[in-house]
Ligand binder design. Structure first.
Ligand code: GLN
Length: 498
Protein backbone atom coordinates (compact mmCIF):
# COMPACT_ATOMS: atom_id res chain seq x y z
CA UNK A 1 0.00 0.00 0.00
CA UNK A 2 1.24 3.47 -0.83
CA UNK A 3 -0.38 6.67 0.26
CA UNK A 4 -1.61 8.51 -2.79
CA UNK A 5 0.09 11.71 -1.63
CA UNK A 6 3.58 10.25 -1.99
CA UNK A 7 3.06 10.23 -5.75
CA UNK A 8 3.67 13.22 -7.98
CA UNK A 9 1.35 13.99 -10.88
CA UNK A 10 4.06 12.71 -13.23
CA UNK A 11 4.15 9.39 -11.36
CA UNK A 12 0.36 9.11 -11.30
CA UNK A 13 0.09 9.73 -15.06
CA UNK A 14 2.86 7.18 -15.72
CA UNK A 15 1.23 4.63 -13.40
CA UNK A 16 -2.17 5.06 -15.04
CA UNK A 17 -0.60 4.76 -18.50
CA UNK A 18 1.24 1.53 -17.67
CA UNK A 19 -1.64 0.01 -15.72
CA UNK A 20 -0.03 0.06 -12.25
CA UNK A 21 -3.32 1.56 -11.06
CA UNK A 22 -6.47 2.76 -12.74
CA UNK A 23 -7.63 6.36 -12.91
CA UNK A 24 -10.69 5.29 -10.93
CA UNK A 25 -8.51 3.90 -8.11
CA UNK A 26 -6.53 7.13 -8.01
CA UNK A 27 -9.71 9.23 -8.00
CA UNK A 28 -11.09 7.18 -5.10
CA UNK A 29 -7.82 7.61 -3.20
CA UNK A 30 -7.87 11.37 -3.78
CA UNK A 31 -11.50 11.61 -2.64
CA UNK A 32 -10.60 9.55 0.39
CA UNK A 33 -7.65 11.79 1.25
CA UNK A 34 -9.85 14.85 0.82
CA UNK A 35 -12.45 13.37 3.13
CA UNK A 36 -9.86 12.57 5.78
CA UNK A 37 -8.11 15.96 5.62
CA UNK A 38 -10.72 18.48 4.64
CA UNK A 39 -12.14 19.08 8.11
CA UNK A 40 -8.74 20.41 9.24
CA UNK A 41 -7.69 22.29 6.09
CA UNK A 42 -11.00 23.42 4.53
CA UNK A 43 -9.41 24.08 1.15
CA UNK A 44 -12.52 23.27 -0.88
CA UNK A 45 -15.79 25.08 -1.46
CA UNK A 46 -17.16 22.11 -3.35
CA UNK A 47 -15.97 18.51 -3.76
CA UNK A 48 -17.33 16.69 -6.79
CA UNK A 49 -17.03 12.89 -6.36
CA UNK A 50 -19.45 12.01 -9.16
CA UNK A 51 -17.82 14.29 -11.67
CA UNK A 52 -14.40 12.95 -10.67
CA UNK A 53 -15.41 9.31 -11.03
CA UNK A 54 -17.11 10.00 -14.36
CA UNK A 55 -13.91 11.57 -15.72
CA UNK A 56 -11.74 8.82 -14.24
CA UNK A 57 -13.86 6.15 -15.91
CA UNK A 58 -13.41 7.94 -19.24
CA UNK A 59 -9.64 7.81 -18.82
CA UNK A 60 -9.80 4.10 -17.95
CA UNK A 61 -12.04 3.43 -20.95
CA UNK A 62 -9.62 5.29 -23.24
CA UNK A 63 -6.75 3.17 -21.94
CA UNK A 64 -8.76 -0.04 -22.38
CA UNK A 65 -9.48 1.00 -25.98
CA UNK A 66 -5.75 1.47 -26.59
CA UNK A 67 -6.01 5.23 -27.10
CA UNK A 68 -3.02 7.45 -26.45
CA UNK A 69 -3.37 9.01 -23.01
CA UNK A 70 -2.70 12.67 -22.20
CA UNK A 71 0.12 13.96 -20.00
CA UNK A 72 -2.18 14.24 -16.97
CA UNK A 73 -3.99 10.92 -17.40
CA UNK A 74 -5.82 10.13 -14.17
CA UNK A 75 -4.27 13.03 -12.23
CA UNK A 76 -6.76 14.50 -9.72
CA UNK A 77 -6.92 18.29 -9.96
CA UNK A 78 -8.90 21.06 -8.32
CA UNK A 79 -9.49 24.59 -9.57
CA UNK A 80 -10.06 27.95 -7.92
CA UNK A 81 -13.70 28.82 -7.62
CA UNK A 82 -13.48 31.69 -10.09
CA UNK A 83 -13.10 29.17 -12.94
CA UNK A 84 -16.14 27.74 -14.63
CA UNK A 85 -16.48 23.99 -14.71
CA UNK A 86 -19.75 22.63 -16.08
CA UNK A 87 -21.51 20.61 -13.39
CA UNK A 88 -20.22 22.81 -10.54
CA UNK A 89 -21.11 26.17 -9.06
CA UNK A 90 -18.66 29.04 -9.63
CA UNK A 91 -19.08 31.26 -6.59
CA UNK A 92 -15.88 33.36 -6.42
CA UNK A 93 -16.38 32.76 -2.68
CA UNK A 94 -19.07 35.46 -2.77
CA UNK A 95 -22.70 35.58 -1.68
CA UNK A 96 -23.23 37.35 -4.98
CA UNK A 97 -22.61 34.09 -6.87
CA UNK A 98 -23.54 31.60 -4.15
CA UNK A 99 -25.94 29.72 -6.44
CA UNK A 100 -24.32 30.42 -9.79
CA UNK A 101 -24.06 27.25 -11.89
CA UNK A 102 -21.19 27.21 -14.38
CA UNK A 103 -22.80 27.49 -17.82
CA UNK A 104 -19.74 25.96 -19.51
CA UNK A 105 -16.14 24.97 -18.76
CA UNK A 106 -13.28 27.50 -18.83
CA UNK A 107 -10.61 26.82 -21.47
CA UNK A 108 -7.87 26.35 -18.85
CA UNK A 109 -9.91 23.73 -16.99
CA UNK A 110 -10.97 22.05 -20.22
CA UNK A 111 -7.35 21.75 -21.30
CA UNK A 112 -6.44 19.93 -18.09
CA UNK A 113 -9.39 17.61 -18.67
CA UNK A 114 -8.37 17.10 -22.31
CA UNK A 115 -4.96 15.97 -21.01
CA UNK A 116 -6.71 13.34 -18.87
CA UNK A 117 -6.94 15.22 -15.55
CA UNK A 118 -9.76 14.31 -13.19
CA UNK A 119 -11.48 17.33 -11.56
CA UNK A 120 -12.32 16.69 -7.91
CA UNK A 121 -13.66 20.10 -6.92
CA UNK A 122 -13.43 23.86 -6.54
CA UNK A 123 -11.16 25.60 -4.07
CA UNK A 124 -11.69 28.45 -1.65
CA UNK A 125 -10.40 31.96 -2.31
CA UNK A 126 -10.68 35.56 -1.21
CA UNK A 127 -13.97 36.97 -2.45
CA UNK A 128 -13.59 37.76 -6.16
CA UNK A 129 -9.81 37.27 -5.63
CA UNK A 130 -9.38 40.45 -3.57
CA UNK A 131 -6.95 39.63 -0.80
CA UNK A 132 -3.84 37.86 0.43
CA UNK A 133 -5.18 35.52 3.11
CA UNK A 134 -8.43 33.88 1.86
CA UNK A 135 -10.07 35.42 4.94
CA UNK A 136 -12.48 37.41 2.76
CA UNK A 137 -14.20 34.25 1.48
CA UNK A 138 -17.91 34.64 2.25
CA UNK A 139 -18.13 30.95 3.22
CA UNK A 140 -15.31 29.82 5.47
CA UNK A 141 -11.63 30.21 6.15
CA UNK A 142 -8.95 27.90 4.77
CA UNK A 143 -6.23 26.78 7.15
CA UNK A 144 -2.54 26.66 6.35
CA UNK A 145 -1.58 22.95 6.41
CA UNK A 146 1.71 23.82 8.16
CA UNK A 147 -0.09 25.52 11.04
CA UNK A 148 -3.86 25.48 10.99
CA UNK A 149 -4.02 28.62 13.13
CA UNK A 150 -2.49 30.54 10.23
CA UNK A 151 -3.70 31.74 6.84
CA UNK A 152 -2.73 29.93 3.63
CA UNK A 153 -2.20 33.24 1.83
CA UNK A 154 -4.42 34.38 -0.98
CA UNK A 155 -6.28 34.97 -2.97
CA UNK A 156 -5.85 31.39 -4.27
CA UNK A 157 -5.42 30.08 -0.70
CA UNK A 158 -7.59 26.99 -1.19
CA UNK A 159 -5.61 25.89 -4.26
CA UNK A 160 -2.29 26.28 -2.42
CA UNK A 161 -3.51 24.56 0.75
CA UNK A 162 -5.08 21.60 -1.13
CA UNK A 163 -1.70 20.85 -2.71
CA UNK A 164 0.30 21.37 0.50
CA UNK A 165 -2.07 19.08 2.42
CA UNK A 166 -1.63 16.34 -0.20
CA UNK A 167 -5.29 16.41 -1.24
CA UNK A 168 -4.42 16.75 -4.94
CA UNK A 169 -1.08 17.06 -6.73
CA UNK A 170 -2.10 19.91 -9.03
CA UNK A 171 -4.50 22.84 -8.73
CA UNK A 172 -5.11 25.99 -10.72
CA UNK A 173 -5.12 29.51 -9.36
CA UNK A 174 -5.32 32.99 -10.80
CA UNK A 175 -2.80 35.75 -10.18
CA UNK A 176 -3.69 39.42 -10.62
CA UNK A 177 -1.17 40.84 -8.16
CA UNK A 178 0.42 37.76 -6.57
CA UNK A 179 -2.44 35.40 -5.83
CA UNK A 180 -0.59 32.31 -7.05
CA UNK A 181 2.93 33.13 -5.88
CA UNK A 182 2.15 34.45 -2.38
CA UNK A 183 -0.06 31.54 -1.22
CA UNK A 184 2.40 29.09 -2.81
CA UNK A 185 5.10 30.72 -0.70
CA UNK A 186 3.07 30.56 2.52
CA UNK A 187 2.10 26.93 1.94
CA UNK A 188 5.50 25.67 0.75
CA UNK A 189 4.49 24.62 -2.76
CA UNK A 190 5.47 25.62 -6.28
CA UNK A 191 3.26 28.34 -7.81
CA UNK A 192 3.74 29.68 -11.32
CA UNK A 193 2.24 32.82 -12.77
CA UNK A 194 2.97 32.41 -16.47
CA UNK A 195 3.51 35.38 -18.77
CA UNK A 196 0.34 37.39 -19.42
CA UNK A 197 -1.34 35.79 -22.41
CA UNK A 198 0.30 32.37 -22.05
CA UNK A 199 -2.83 30.76 -20.59
CA UNK A 200 -6.39 31.47 -21.71
CA UNK A 201 -8.70 33.21 -19.24
CA UNK A 202 -11.87 32.40 -21.11
CA UNK A 203 -14.38 31.26 -18.49
CA UNK A 204 -12.41 32.70 -15.56
CA UNK A 205 -14.27 35.47 -13.72
CA UNK A 206 -12.39 38.70 -14.49
CA UNK A 207 -10.79 40.88 -11.80
CA UNK A 208 -8.24 43.12 -13.53
CA UNK A 209 -8.26 42.29 -17.21
CA UNK A 210 -4.85 43.76 -18.00
CA UNK A 211 -3.31 41.88 -15.04
CA UNK A 212 -5.09 38.51 -14.63
CA UNK A 213 -3.28 35.30 -15.47
CA UNK A 214 -4.01 31.64 -14.68
CA UNK A 215 -1.33 29.21 -13.53
CA UNK A 216 -0.64 25.97 -11.65
CA UNK A 217 0.26 24.96 -8.10
CA UNK A 218 2.16 21.71 -7.55
CA UNK A 219 4.56 20.04 -5.11
CA UNK A 220 7.26 19.66 -7.74
CA UNK A 221 8.50 21.90 -10.52
CA UNK A 222 8.07 18.98 -12.92
CA UNK A 223 4.36 18.75 -12.09
CA UNK A 224 3.94 22.49 -12.66
CA UNK A 225 5.65 21.98 -16.03
CA UNK A 226 3.32 19.10 -16.90
CA UNK A 227 0.31 21.27 -16.05
CA UNK A 228 1.71 24.01 -18.28
CA UNK A 229 2.09 21.54 -21.15
CA UNK A 230 -1.61 20.77 -20.82
CA UNK A 231 -2.57 24.45 -20.47
CA UNK A 232 -0.79 25.60 -23.63
CA UNK A 233 -1.65 22.55 -25.74
CA UNK A 234 -3.86 23.55 -28.63
CA UNK A 235 -2.19 26.95 -28.90
CA UNK A 236 -3.89 30.30 -28.82
CA UNK A 237 -7.47 30.32 -27.58
CA UNK A 238 -9.59 32.39 -29.99
CA UNK A 239 -12.06 32.92 -27.13
CA UNK A 240 -9.55 35.07 -25.18
CA UNK A 241 -8.20 37.92 -27.29
CA UNK A 242 -5.12 38.24 -25.06
CA UNK A 243 -4.20 34.58 -25.46
CA UNK A 244 -1.05 33.80 -27.42
CA UNK A 245 0.48 30.75 -28.96
CA UNK A 246 3.34 29.36 -26.86
CA UNK A 247 4.23 26.06 -28.39
CA UNK A 248 6.94 24.94 -25.99
CA UNK A 249 7.50 21.74 -24.08
CA UNK A 250 7.91 22.81 -20.46
CA UNK A 251 9.23 19.43 -19.34
CA UNK A 252 11.84 18.73 -21.96
CA UNK A 253 14.60 21.09 -20.75
CA UNK A 254 13.69 21.09 -17.10
CA UNK A 255 16.93 19.53 -15.95
CA UNK A 256 19.24 21.57 -18.17
CA UNK A 257 22.19 22.97 -16.22
CA UNK A 258 22.13 26.61 -15.16
CA UNK A 259 25.90 26.83 -15.30
CA UNK A 260 27.05 30.09 -16.86
CA UNK A 261 23.57 31.62 -16.63
CA UNK A 262 23.20 35.03 -15.01
CA UNK A 263 20.96 35.39 -11.99
CA UNK A 264 20.13 39.01 -11.18
CA UNK A 265 19.41 40.26 -7.69
CA UNK A 266 18.58 43.67 -6.29
CA UNK A 267 20.54 44.51 -3.13
CA UNK A 268 18.23 47.43 -2.26
CA UNK A 269 15.18 45.16 -2.20
CA UNK A 270 16.44 43.47 0.92
CA UNK A 271 15.62 46.68 2.80
CA UNK A 272 11.91 46.50 1.85
CA UNK A 273 9.38 47.25 4.57
CA UNK A 274 8.26 44.19 6.50
CA UNK A 275 10.87 41.81 5.07
CA UNK A 276 11.72 39.35 7.83
CA UNK A 277 15.24 38.06 8.59
CA UNK A 278 14.31 34.48 7.73
CA UNK A 279 13.14 35.50 4.26
CA UNK A 280 16.45 37.33 3.84
CA UNK A 281 18.21 34.14 4.89
CA UNK A 282 16.22 32.20 2.30
CA UNK A 283 17.42 34.64 -0.36
CA UNK A 284 21.00 34.05 0.71
CA UNK A 285 20.44 30.30 0.46
CA UNK A 286 18.95 30.68 -3.02
CA UNK A 287 21.97 32.68 -4.13
CA UNK A 288 24.31 30.05 -2.74
CA UNK A 289 22.32 27.31 -4.49
CA UNK A 290 22.72 29.02 -7.85
CA UNK A 291 26.39 29.69 -7.28
CA UNK A 292 26.94 26.06 -6.32
CA UNK A 293 25.54 25.12 -9.73
CA UNK A 294 27.84 27.48 -11.59
CA UNK A 295 25.44 30.35 -12.23
CA UNK A 296 26.78 33.87 -12.05
CA UNK A 297 25.14 36.38 -9.69
CA UNK A 298 24.80 39.92 -11.00
CA UNK A 299 23.58 43.01 -9.22
CA UNK A 300 20.76 44.78 -11.01
CA UNK A 301 18.30 47.49 -10.15
CA UNK A 302 14.63 48.14 -10.75
CA UNK A 303 14.50 51.83 -9.80
CA UNK A 304 10.72 52.22 -9.96
CA UNK A 305 9.77 49.15 -7.95
CA UNK A 306 8.80 51.40 -5.03
CA UNK A 307 5.86 52.71 -7.03
CA UNK A 308 4.56 49.27 -8.03
CA UNK A 309 2.14 48.76 -5.13
CA UNK A 310 0.64 52.22 -5.55
CA UNK A 311 0.21 51.74 -9.30
CA UNK A 312 -1.30 48.29 -8.80
CA UNK A 313 -3.83 49.53 -6.26
CA UNK A 314 -4.99 52.09 -8.81
CA UNK A 315 -5.08 49.92 -11.95
CA UNK A 316 -6.47 46.83 -10.18
CA UNK A 317 -9.46 48.50 -8.49
CA UNK A 318 -10.21 50.57 -11.62
CA UNK A 319 -10.44 47.42 -13.72
CA UNK A 320 -12.27 45.51 -10.99
CA UNK A 321 -14.84 48.29 -10.81
CA UNK A 322 -15.65 47.94 -14.51
CA UNK A 323 -15.58 44.13 -14.44
CA UNK A 324 -17.81 43.79 -11.40
CA UNK A 325 -20.40 46.26 -12.70
CA UNK A 326 -22.10 43.28 -14.36
CA UNK A 327 -23.19 41.98 -10.97
CA UNK A 328 -26.16 44.28 -10.67
CA UNK A 329 -28.93 41.89 -9.72
CA UNK A 330 -30.30 41.73 -13.25
CA UNK A 331 -28.60 38.98 -15.15
CA UNK A 332 -25.87 37.55 -12.92
CA UNK A 333 -25.86 36.59 -9.32
CA UNK A 334 -27.87 37.53 -6.28
CA UNK A 335 -31.08 39.40 -6.97
CA UNK A 336 -32.98 41.33 -4.32
CA UNK A 337 -36.73 40.80 -4.72
CA UNK A 338 -39.66 43.17 -4.23
CA UNK A 339 -37.90 46.38 -5.19
CA UNK A 340 -39.85 49.26 -6.63
CA UNK A 341 -37.19 50.53 -9.05
CA UNK A 342 -34.32 49.05 -11.00
CA UNK A 343 -31.89 51.37 -9.20
CA UNK A 344 -33.13 50.12 -5.85
CA UNK A 345 -32.80 46.51 -6.97
CA UNK A 346 -29.25 47.08 -8.14
CA UNK A 347 -28.24 48.91 -4.97
CA UNK A 348 -29.74 46.34 -2.61
CA UNK A 349 -28.46 43.34 -4.58
CA UNK A 350 -24.94 44.72 -4.53
CA UNK A 351 -25.17 45.73 -0.88
CA UNK A 352 -26.15 42.19 0.06
CA UNK A 353 -24.03 40.28 -2.45
CA UNK A 354 -20.62 41.86 -1.92
CA UNK A 355 -18.47 41.67 1.21
CA UNK A 356 -16.54 44.61 2.59
CA UNK A 357 -13.27 44.19 0.65
CA UNK A 358 -15.14 43.76 -2.65
CA UNK A 359 -17.07 46.93 -1.88
CA UNK A 360 -13.91 48.80 -0.91
CA UNK A 361 -12.20 47.89 -4.19
CA UNK A 362 -15.18 48.92 -6.28
CA UNK A 363 -15.67 52.22 -4.49
CA UNK A 364 -11.98 52.91 -4.90
CA UNK A 365 -12.19 52.06 -8.60
CA UNK A 366 -15.26 54.27 -9.09
CA UNK A 367 -13.50 57.16 -7.43
CA UNK A 368 -10.25 56.68 -9.36
CA UNK A 369 -12.06 56.70 -12.69
CA UNK A 370 -14.21 59.72 -11.92
CA UNK A 371 -13.70 62.92 -13.82
CA UNK A 372 -10.94 65.13 -12.44
CA UNK A 373 -9.46 62.26 -10.44
CA UNK A 374 -8.73 60.03 -13.40
CA UNK A 375 -5.77 62.07 -14.70
CA UNK A 376 -4.20 62.35 -11.32
CA UNK A 377 -4.22 58.66 -10.45
CA UNK A 378 -5.13 56.32 -13.28
CA UNK A 379 -3.08 58.15 -15.85
CA UNK A 380 -0.13 58.43 -13.47
CA UNK A 381 -0.37 54.71 -12.69
CA UNK A 382 -0.17 53.90 -16.39
CA UNK A 383 2.96 56.03 -16.63
CA UNK A 384 4.46 54.09 -13.74
CA UNK A 385 3.57 50.96 -15.65
CA UNK A 386 5.68 52.14 -18.58
CA UNK A 387 8.60 52.99 -16.29
CA UNK A 388 8.57 49.61 -14.53
CA UNK A 389 8.32 47.80 -17.86
CA UNK A 390 11.40 49.72 -19.00
CA UNK A 391 13.20 48.81 -15.75
CA UNK A 392 12.64 45.11 -16.39
CA UNK A 393 13.67 45.35 -20.05
CA UNK A 394 16.95 46.97 -19.00
CA UNK A 395 17.49 44.47 -16.21
CA UNK A 396 17.08 41.54 -18.58
CA UNK A 397 19.86 42.92 -20.77
CA UNK A 398 22.17 42.00 -17.88
CA UNK A 399 20.69 38.76 -16.57
CA UNK A 400 18.62 35.73 -17.56
CA UNK A 401 16.46 35.53 -14.49
CA UNK A 402 15.85 37.71 -11.41
CA UNK A 403 15.82 36.34 -7.88
CA UNK A 404 13.64 38.05 -5.26
CA UNK A 405 11.35 37.12 -2.39
CA UNK A 406 7.76 36.12 -3.20
CA UNK A 407 6.35 37.12 0.17
CA UNK A 408 8.00 39.44 2.71
CA UNK A 409 7.16 37.03 5.52
CA UNK A 410 5.86 33.58 6.39
CA UNK A 411 2.19 32.73 7.06
CA UNK A 412 0.47 35.05 9.53
CA UNK A 413 -2.27 34.28 12.05
CA UNK A 414 -5.95 34.70 11.29
CA UNK A 415 -7.01 38.25 12.07
CA UNK A 416 -3.41 39.38 12.52
CA UNK A 417 -3.55 41.83 9.63
CA UNK A 418 -6.77 43.78 9.89
CA UNK A 419 -5.74 47.04 8.24
CA UNK A 420 -6.37 46.68 4.49
CA UNK A 421 -3.37 48.79 3.53
CA UNK A 422 -1.10 46.53 5.61
CA UNK A 423 -2.59 43.53 3.81
CA UNK A 424 -1.82 45.22 0.47
CA UNK A 425 1.85 45.25 1.45
CA UNK A 426 1.84 41.44 1.21
CA UNK A 427 2.06 42.04 -2.53
CA UNK A 428 5.21 44.16 -2.47
CA UNK A 429 7.31 41.60 -4.37
CA UNK A 430 4.66 40.21 -6.65
CA UNK A 431 2.58 43.03 -8.20
CA UNK A 432 5.27 44.48 -10.46
CA UNK A 433 5.15 41.32 -12.57
CA UNK A 434 1.44 41.67 -13.21
CA UNK A 435 2.04 45.27 -14.14
CA UNK A 436 4.60 44.30 -16.78
CA UNK A 437 3.15 40.89 -17.67
CA UNK A 438 6.27 38.78 -17.17
CA UNK A 439 6.17 35.32 -15.64
CA UNK A 440 7.19 34.53 -12.06
CA UNK A 441 7.41 31.39 -9.97
CA UNK A 442 7.53 30.82 -6.23
CA UNK A 443 9.81 27.94 -5.26
CA UNK A 444 9.76 26.41 -1.76
CA UNK A 445 13.05 26.54 0.14
CA UNK A 446 12.21 24.59 3.27
CA UNK A 447 11.32 26.09 6.63
CA UNK A 448 12.31 29.43 8.13
CA UNK A 449 14.78 29.27 11.03
CA UNK A 450 12.61 31.40 13.28
CA UNK A 451 9.00 30.50 12.51
CA UNK A 452 9.46 26.93 11.32
CA UNK A 453 7.07 27.78 8.48
CA UNK A 454 7.64 27.53 4.72
CA UNK A 455 9.88 30.12 3.08
CA UNK A 456 10.46 30.51 -0.63
CA UNK A 457 12.18 32.40 -3.40
CA UNK A 458 10.59 34.02 -6.41
CA UNK A 459 12.18 33.79 -9.84
CA UNK A 460 11.21 36.23 -12.54
CA UNK A 461 11.88 35.86 -16.25
CA UNK A 462 11.53 37.92 -19.42
CA UNK A 463 8.15 37.69 -21.18
CA UNK A 464 7.43 34.25 -22.65
CA UNK A 465 10.51 32.65 -21.13
CA UNK A 466 8.43 30.61 -18.71
CA UNK A 467 9.98 27.36 -19.85
CA UNK A 468 13.44 28.57 -18.88
CA UNK A 469 12.04 30.03 -15.68
CA UNK A 470 11.04 26.51 -14.68
CA UNK A 471 14.54 25.26 -15.45
CA UNK A 472 15.87 27.77 -12.91
CA UNK A 473 13.13 26.76 -10.49
CA UNK A 474 14.13 23.12 -10.91
CA UNK A 475 17.76 24.02 -10.16
CA UNK A 476 16.71 25.65 -6.89
CA UNK A 477 14.40 22.80 -5.96
CA UNK A 478 17.16 20.28 -6.63
CA UNK A 479 19.58 22.10 -4.38
CA UNK A 480 17.02 22.79 -1.64
CA UNK A 481 15.70 19.23 -1.67
CA UNK A 482 12.09 20.44 -1.48
CA UNK A 483 10.59 17.95 -3.89
CA UNK A 484 7.03 16.73 -3.26
CA UNK A 485 6.81 17.75 0.39
CA UNK A 486 3.38 17.32 2.02
CA UNK A 487 2.74 19.21 5.29
CA UNK A 488 3.63 16.69 8.04
CA UNK A 489 0.31 16.77 9.94
CA UNK A 490 -1.49 15.73 6.76
CA UNK A 491 0.92 13.34 5.02
CA UNK A 492 -0.44 9.83 4.66
CA UNK A 493 -3.91 10.58 6.07
CA UNK A 494 -6.46 8.60 4.05
CA UNK A 495 -6.03 7.89 0.35
CA UNK A 496 -4.27 4.51 0.32
CA UNK A 497 -3.49 3.17 -3.11
CA UNK A 498 -3.03 -0.60 -3.53
N1 GLN B 1 -3.37 40.45 -2.98
C1 GLN B 1 -3.63 41.13 -4.23
C2 GLN B 1 -4.93 41.86 -4.16
O1 GLN B 1 -5.59 41.75 -3.17
C3 GLN B 1 -3.57 40.17 -5.36
C4 GLN B 1 -4.84 39.49 -5.64
C5 GLN B 1 -4.76 38.59 -6.83
O2 GLN B 1 -3.70 38.36 -7.39
N2 GLN B 1 -5.91 38.10 -7.23
O3 GLN B 1 -5.29 42.56 -5.08
Amino acid sequence: MTSFDTLTAAQIAAGVADGTFSATEVARAALDAIQARESSVQAFLQVTPELALEHARKVDAARAAGEKLGCLAGVPVAVKDNMNLAGTRTTCASLMLENYESPYTATCVQRLVDAGAVPVGKTNMDEFAFGSSTESSAFHRTNNPWDTERVPGGSSGGSAAAVAAGEVPITLGSDTGGSIRQPASLCGVVGLKPTYGAVSRYGVVAFGSSLDQVGPFARTVEDAALAMNALVAGGRDPLDSTSQDCPVDFVEHLNDPVEGMRVGYIPGLMEAEGLTPEVREAMARAKAAFEAQGAELVEIELPHMDAAIAAYYVIGPAEAFSNLARFDGVRYGYQEKDCSTLAEQSALSRAHGFGSEAKRRQMLGAYLLSSGVYDQYYFAAQQVRTLITRDYTRAFERCDVILMPASPRTAFRFGEISDPTQMYLSDVFTVSLNIVGNGGVSVPLGLGSESGLPVSAQLVGPAFSDRRLLTFARALEREAGTVNVVAPDFAGKGGELA
